[in-house]
Each structure stands twice: as C-alpha cells, then as structure tokens.
Design a protein around this ligand. Structure first.
Ligand code: SAM
Length: 336
C-alpha cells in the first residue's frame, strides 16, 4: 500500500526500483571506472544520511519496493549503517520488499552481520578476477584476500551473494570457466557485465577490451548446455541456466536496449540528481526541493514531474565514448 498514487511513467511502467548512490568515494580505483586521482565532491554537495532517508522514504511512499544501495563504495560512507537501519523500518512495515546493495566487498568483514540483522538478504559483490596479481592491477588499490574474506563473512552471516564480473577481453577471458566453477563450488550467483564506455582509458584500449557477452555465452556453451530463462527483473539482465550444474548465470548488456520496454527503475545520485534512464543524461535535481522545505510536498511534486520525463528507451552505444567524461560523471555518481 502506498500513501499516494504510485509512480507510473508516460509509458505505463510503474516505477518500483530505485538505485541510490550514497557516496562518490571508493577505496578502489578500478581502471575501467575511475582514474587513480579522482577529485571527489565537496561534502555539502552530498545528501546527508538524514536527507538520503527522506529521499528514499518519499520514493517508498510512492510505490518503490526495491532499493539498491550503491556508490562509489557504499560501505565506505561514514555512518552508513544508520542509513540501513533507517531503511529497515520500511522492510518491517512491508512497504519495502527488498533492501540490497552492490559492493566491492572490502568492508564486508566489518558489516555483514549488521546488514543481515537489518534485513538485507542478498548482496552483489563486484569481482572481476580470482587472480591476486590481476585483482591488484584492475582495482589498483584493492586486495583480493580482503574481498574473499568479506565474501565468506557475508555467507556466514546468511547473505546470498551474487558475483558481478565485468567481462574484459584479454583480462579475464581465460578465467571464464574458473570463475563459473568457483561460483558453483561456493554457491554464489553469477552475472557478467559488458564493459561500458567510461573510466579513464584511451579509445583504443577500450575497444580492445570490449568482450561482447554473446561471445562469452558462445564460449560457455562449448562446455555447458544453456537454457534461456524467461525471468525478467525489469532491468538489463538476462538469465540462463547451466543444465550440468543448475547454476543461474546473468548477462547484463547495458549497451543494448532490449530491456527498455519493461524498465521499472530510476537512479538517484549522491547529490540528489534523479536519472530516469541508464543511457540518457536527462536528470532532475531533487536536492533543491528536498532542502527547500521540511515537508515533503515539494519533493514529491518534483519526483512526479521527473517521472513524466522518463524516456521510452535509450540509444546508448559505443559512439558515446567520444563525449569525453560524460559517462564517467554519470556512472561514478550513480553507481554503475
Ligand atoms: N563500489 C561498488 C562495487 O564495486 O560494486 C558499487 C559501485 S560500482 C560503480 C557498480 C558496478 O559497476 C560494479 O560491478 C562495477 O564493476 C561496474 N562498473 C564500473 N565501471 C564499469 C564499466 N565501465 N563497465 C561496466 N561495468 C562497470
């Protein structure tokens, strides 16, 4: 039950999924995502934890049932458990069906028990390689053993783990079966993500790194029988089952637009900009109406107005990488 008429966009899609970036900061510097020397936003630009609570609660009041917390690295935001605690009240009331997060795993030893006790059931952990040296190379500042300990801690706390792997040609191509086998042994779900045009790298490197997921699928099919699953989460993931192991494997191809017609999601940056579509830059400032008044009336009106601009679909493609910095800005604040 929502307190207000639920959010429905101009194409009759109900908006039920909000992805929220709670910080632009990260303790890793993945080469395809950030430059090594990032300038982060001044603190006053960021929504405070209380403001994030107000913002998310407003969306939940308008029918959002699933909240995914991301960043930057969400678990490096100071006091972040206060925010999870605030959101857990919506799980208890039944207004929110799922509270989840996407993390690099570095802080999971510290936070897994708290997350589980606050009602988080599933988490996504980004992990592109199981090779220690390659992990240090791609994340620049990350260390694999710390992340693996974090994943173990998450499992012990009862969290279901999905591993997100960015498919990078010439980097983790040779680890495909290794990663699939490891996930089977550890009972983790697994999703591959097609690399997107962002981060700090030259155009040539980028095109060299592009490993289309259809090629990855074809390689998987050399060893496994793949059954297409009809499951649709409203997002860009498509799933198959590996008949030999029973594993469910996801494929996220953000560069295609075969998921737009069922898109039920919007993204909020840590500065309060609402992006209506993954592949388009159109956004609405929700921070100003939030800060303008203690009541939520202006905020709710601004959310409704923004949703009327949600586009039917996107035309995101590799030619966009020529617009230097554009996707970097969008993605690093919205959390991939
Ligand atoms: N720090 C958290 C993490 O590591 O999961 C959340 C933010 S991170 C930006 C979210 C996801 O975006 C990660 O799975 C990351 O690998 C992915 N990502 C970042 N840059 C990408 C790119 N250029 N192409 C595809 N995925 C990317």
């Amino acid at each position: 039950m929502t307190a207000f008429a639920p959010l429905i966009d101009p194409f009759a899609r109900p908006i039920q999924y909000l992805r929220v970036s709670v910080t632009d900061r990260c303790d890793f510097r993945c080469t395809y995502c950030m430059s090594e020397h990032m300038t982060f936003l001044p603190k006053k630009e960021l929504l405070s934890l209380e403001e994030l609570d107000r913002m998310c609660s407003a969306f939940i009041g308008l029918g959002v049932e699933k909240l995914r917390i991301t960043g930057g690295e969400p678990l490096v935001r100071k006091g972040i458990m206060t925010f999870f605690e605030a959101m857990s009240r919506h799980l208890e009331s039944g207004a929110l069906r799922e509270l989840t997060l996407t993390t690099n795993g570095s802080q999971l030893v510290k936070y897994s028990n708290d997350l589980a006790s606050l009602g988080v059931k599933r988490i996504n952990v980004s992990l592109d390689t199981l090779d220690e040296a390659k992990f240090a190379e791609i994340t620049r500042w990350g260390r694999l053993p710390q992340v693996l300990r974090g994943i173990d801690a998450a499992k012990e706390a009862g969290l279901r783990v999905k591993i997100n792997v960015v498919a990078i040609k010439g980097f983790n191509e040779d680890e495909l079966f290794n990663i699939v086998d490891w996930c089977a042994r550890e009972d983790h779900d697994l999703t591959f993500i097609e690399v997107m045009p962002m981060g700090e790298m030259g155009e040539e490197t980028r095109l060299d790194q592009y490993w289309p997921l259809k090629d990855l699928r074809a390689t998987l099919a050399e060893r496994f029988t793949l059954t297409e699953l009809s499951e649709n989460t409203g997002g860009p993931a498509r799933y198959v089952r590996l008949e030999e192991t029973g594993q469910k494997i996801g494929f996220i191809t953000p560069l295609t637009h075969n998921f737009c017609e069922s898109c039920n999601r919007v993204r909020l940056t840590c500065t309060g900009e609402l992006f209506m579509c993954l592949g388009q830059e159109d956004n609405a400032d929700l921070r100003a109406p939030l800060r303008a008044s203690e009541s939520d009336d202006l905020l709710i009106a601004a959310i409704r107005e923004a949703i009327t601009h949600k586009p039917k679909g996107h035309d995101f493609d590799y030619s966009r990488q020529k617009v230097k910095g554009q996707m970097t800005r969008h993605m690093s604040h919205t959390g991939g």
